[in-house]
Every structure is written in C-alpha cells, then in structure tokens.
Design a protein around this ligand. Structure first.
Ligand code: UDP
Length: 357
C-alpha cells in the first residue's frame, strides 16, 4: 500500500468554497485537505467556479449550482439543472480517475452515490447531513450494500438517522487551533453562529437571550431571507444583533469575546463545526442535546446540554455559564479535534477501502 495516496476530493455543488452556502462542509473540507497534505498525501480539490481555499490550488469547475437538500421535502424528486456543476465535476472525475487512488465525495447529492459502481477508482462518500430524503436514503443504502466501508459520517447520531448506521466510518471533525485565539475574560454577549435557516432554530436563541437579558451576536450566512424577516418582526432588536457572514479570522475575533455559544438546532445536526470553533477560543457551548452537539459538549465541563426545544433550559444554562472553566474548553478542542487526528482517521478509512477492494 503506498504511504502517499493520490486523492481527489470533490466539493459540495451548492456553492463555491468560501461562500458559506455549503455550511460546515466548507470548513471540514479545508481541514481535511490541510491535514492530509501535512501527512504527505497528494490532494487535488474539485470545486465550483469562484471557490477559494487559502493557498491550496483548486480545479475550478463551471456550471449551475445544486439546490440544498435541507430546503427540499423528503419526497422531492432529484433535481439536476442544465449545465450542472455537479455533473461537470463528476465528468471531470470520471475522465481523470486513473490519476487517483481514491475519489472522495463531499456532496450530499444522489448523483455521486449512484455513480459509485461506474467508477474503477474507488469512490468514498463523506456524508455531511443526516437523513433528509427518501431518494438519498435509497442511494446511500445501495452503496452500503454493494461497497462495505465506502461511507463516512461526522457522528454516530448522524449515522443512526440512516437505516444502515453500521456501514459508516465515524470520522468526526477538526479545527486548526492556530487560527483561533484563547480569550480568558470575555464581555457580556452570547454568540449564535450558523446559516440563518429554520432548521437552525435561531428564534430560540433570540428568545433565551431576551429572557436572560444578555446581548446576542449573530454571525452567519443569510440563507433564508423570508425566515429572517419573520424573526426581525418578532424580535425587533434582531437586526442590530446580526453582524453578517464573517471569514474565520474575523469570526474568531468576535466569538472569543463571547461568554458562551448558544446552539439551538431543530434538526439532527450532523456535527456543528461552530461548536468546536467556540471551544478552540475557550468559549463554552450551550446546546440542545440533539445530534452532533450532544456528542461534542461535555455538559458541566465545557458547556451545558439542555433538553431539546426547552428555552427556559437555555436561560438556566446561561445563568450557570460562570461555573464552567474556559481553559477546559480550549483543552477539549486541542485534545479531541486536532487536524492531525482527523487526517489519520480519513487516511485509515482510505486504507481500509483500498485493502478490501
Ligand atoms: N461560519 C462562517 N462565518 C460566519 C458564521 C459561520 O464562516 O460568520 C461558518 C462556520 O465557521 C462553520 C459554518 O459556517 O464552519 C457552519 O457550519 P456548521 O457545521 O456549524 O453547520 P452547517 O451549516 O453545516 O449545518
């Protein structure tokens, strides 16, 4: 088995890297690339035109973007637009496949799963959300049946939303600690980070902050403008709390000054990269005990887990923030979420796939 693998990583087709449209998968992809390159692997990234990935070169692929899966219903038919960037990326992959040992799919889309059997080079799928559609579940089931070991997920809870939980390698996520500064003495504000979209439950954070009389700083991609306008009608101060979608460097400057991060997902959050970004700054995480955050937060030590949808529970947790040690938060990020550990997990996954072909 070669010690240096030639890897083709294919990004999400819902937006260019750096746009925020892809949510946490954008950060995960950057971290996986950095970690694998540091371990000596040759990594090529395919991504929609307009993508940016620091100093890492990208093969930019033109074409129309895909709709995001979480905005579609369970039974919505598969949509592939004319001149689809998803189709174009996978055509490139098909033509270049003999240059690579493993192709890694980061798209939560039906097509790459369907195409698995038509490739000679093994295709591994990192699934970035829980179960959302019957057609995707079917495509994932098919890969699980035909190709053991080809599926990866962030967390056990996420994998369990599919009927084939045992088929997944659990790969977690990581953080580049050098990009996040520890802050021992924060100001008064709480933080809420993420795509502004109904499944993220921002209204509960606004309500809890108002009840606790704590200022709230909201950072993230404005994905669903109608939803945001409804929130601004209901919470007249919301617009003043919104600081926009910030790049990582600016995001951490705001985040690290906050007393806690509040996470209020309505869905089974696959992971929640914002949780480990907060921990890296020494910021405790108050989260509903649902999905990824429930596997990340050490309740009573690096945050508080609150029963899902319990706003009063959030308020009680806000009152108990000072019982948490911010250094323990940073330490958890260093111990559990290093880039090297993530890269080793991905590498092991690839070697398992190659050894069982
Ligand atoms: N984010 C950002 N700038 C902001 C707010 C958020 O870059 O102003 C990024 C954040 O770093 C994280 C992503 O948005 O990587 C949200 O990912 P998460 O895994 O928390 O949720 P997802 O969007 O995947 O459901």
């Amino acid at each position: 088995m070669p010690s240096s693998l030639r890897l083709l990583l294919i990004s999400t087709p819902v937006g260019p890297l750096g746009s925020g449209l892809g949510g946490g998968v954008e950060l995960t992809l950057i971290n996986v690339v950095q970690g694998l390159r540091a371990r000596g692997h040759q990594v090529t990234v395919l991504a929609p035109e307009g993508s940016q990935l620091g100093t890492v070169p990208i093969v930019q692929i033109p074409g129309q973007l895909q709709p995001t899966a979480h905005t579609q219903g369970r039974n919505t038919p598969i949509t592939i637009p004319d001149n689809s960037v998803l189709g174009n990326m996978w055509r490139y992959a098909q033509r270049q496949q003999d240059q690579f040992d493993v192709i890694v799919n980061f798209a939560y889309d039906w097509l790459p799963f369907y195409l698995t059997e038509f490739f000679c080079t093994p295709v591994a799928h990192f699934v970035t959300m829980g179960s959302l559609s019957d057609a995707m579940d079917g495509a994932i089931d098919q890969v699980a049946q035909d190709y053991p070991n080809r599926l990866g997920a962030y967390t056990r809870t996420q994998a369990e939303t599919f009927g084939v939980a045992d088929a997944f390698a659990i790969l977690s996520s990581a953080i580049d600690l050098d990009l996040y500064d520890f802050c021992a003495s924060p100001g008064n504000a709480l933080a809420w980070l993420g795509r502004i979209s109904p499944e993220k439950g921002l209204e509960d954070a606004l309500e809890a902050a108002a009840m606790a009389q704590a200022p709230l700083k909201i950072l993230g991609k404005l994905e669903d403008a109608d939803y945001w306008h409804r929130l601004c009608d209901r919470f007249p101060g919301a617009a003043d709390c919104y600081l926009g979608f910030l790049p990582t460097h600016e995001l951490q400057q705001v985040l690290r000054q906050c007393r806690a991060l509040v996470m209020t997902p309505r869905w089974v959050e696959a992971f929640g990269n914002v949780a480990i970004e907060a921990l890296a700054c020494g910021v405790p995480v108050i989260a509903y005990a649902r999905g990824g955050p429930a596997e990340i937060v050490q309740s009573g030590k690096t945050g508080w887990l609150v029963p899902p949808d319990d706003v009063q529970g959030l308020v009680d947790a806000i009152a108990a923030i000072d019982r948490l040690d911010r250094r323990a938060c940073r330490l958890q990020a260093e111990t559990d979420y290093s880039l090297e550990a993530l890269a080793i997990r991905f590498e092991q996954w690839f070697y398992t796939i190659l050894s069982t072909r």
